[in-house]
Design a protein around this ligand. Structure first.
Ligand code: HEC
Ligand code: HEC
Ligand code: HEC
Length: 226
């Protein structure tokens, strides 16, 4: 049962249009910001406004159908879904529907959780850890810690299934298809807004994760958070 008319039930086009306008500004700002964070990030697609798609030879169009109707660029992103790790979490004494912030978990439980992180993202331990010093903070370890505290703890699946790292990652560390911001915004609305809710039952929308004003690349902030 949904509470009556939540804010985000406005026609999605209104919101998406607003966000796209913000994105165009943010993309321009990001280009000048000289971000020197860890590892190369693919550059933001220049045609965020979608006004001139002509010059962007997206791989999707190369393999596009003969009918000229290109498949949605978000078709390959796995939809958000119930976690397969519910039983593993219960075996560690955790309730997958009521996970506590990472700082409240005993160290031995945190260590035993680690294989679920690796499997959810399809990565090795070194993706997040300095192999000579597991206690050291790295950008990926900071993001992982925020993903636990901000997403897994504070959000829930509308359908009642357990929400965990694999619900969104499906075995991949990176999985968003970013070159078509409009398509991705629609995908975000259909998955991260419509299929999720806040555990505290407050209104949920783009701003739950992106903030207000809309910050498209908030993970860059999370990478430096601790
Ligand atoms: C996706 C990122 C990620 C992956 C992959 C990962 N870890 Fe962690 N690891 C963390 C985070 C976050 C913490 C908790 C840090 C905290 O809050 O103290 C942690 C904690 C630990 C700790 C306790 C010491 C510490 O850092 O606080 C050990 C030991 C550890 N991990 C080992 C492993 C091993 C072994 C693997 C591979 C099986 C692994 N980790 C995979 C992110 C990761
Ligand atoms: C609500 C969906 C959602 C949940 C739940 C979630 N993540 Fe993420 N995570 C994302 C998205 C989206 C990205 C950005 C992926 C991209 O760039 O393609 C991301 C990125 C990351 C990254 C950075 C990857 C990189 O290459 O920079 C790490 C590390 C990460 N998540 C760890 C975790 C861990 C650990 C958990 C569980 C504690 C988790 N995530 C739960 C959605 C989620
Ligand atoms: C559950 C959290 C969550 C919600 C809710 C959410 N997003 Fe996202 N979104 C993410 C994450 C995580 C990323 C990756 C951010 C990064 O790379 O810093 C992302 C990235 C994006 C990007 C790509 C930004 C870029 O520059 O590459 C767009 C566009 C976007 N979201 C639009 C939306 C819109 C529009 C909504 C509301 C309809 C929305 N998102 C709701 C988590 C969310």
């Amino acid at each position: 049962m949904r509470p009556e008319a939540p804010e985000h039930s406005f026609p999605p086009t209104t919101k998406v249009a607003t966000v796209l306008a913000a994105l165009a500004v943010a993309a321009a700002a990001a280009c000048g910001a000289g971000s020197e964070s860890q590892g190369p990030r693919p550059p933001v697609a220049p045609s965020a406004s979608g006004a001139s798609p002509v010059a962007t030879a997206a791989p999707a169009s190369a393999s596009g159908s003969a009918s000229g109707v290109a498949p949605a660029s978000t078709a390959a992103i796995a939809a958000v879904h119930a976690s397969a790790f519910g039983a593993d979490l219960e075996r560690l004494g955790l309730d997958p529907h009521k996970l506590q912030p990472l700082s409240k978990l005993p160290p031995d439980v945190i260590r035993k959780l680690m294989p679920t992180f690796s499997k959810s993202l399809g990565v090795k331990c070194e993706f997040c850890h300095d192999k000579n010093n597991f206690k050291a903070w790295t950008p990926h370890k900071r993001v992982a810690s925020k993903m636990w505290d901000e997403f897994v703890v504070k959000l829930a699946l509308e359908d009642g299934g357990p929400l965990y790292c694999d619900s969104c990652h499906s075995g991949k560390s990176e999985f968003l298809e970013r070159h078509d911001k409009k398509a991705l915004s629609g995908w975000m609305d259909a998955n991260y807004v419509s299929k999720l809710k806040r555990s505290d039952q407050n209104d949920h929308g783009c701003e739950t994760c992106h903030g207000d004003p809309f910050e498209p690349r908030f993970l860059a902030i999370w990478e430096k958070a601790k």
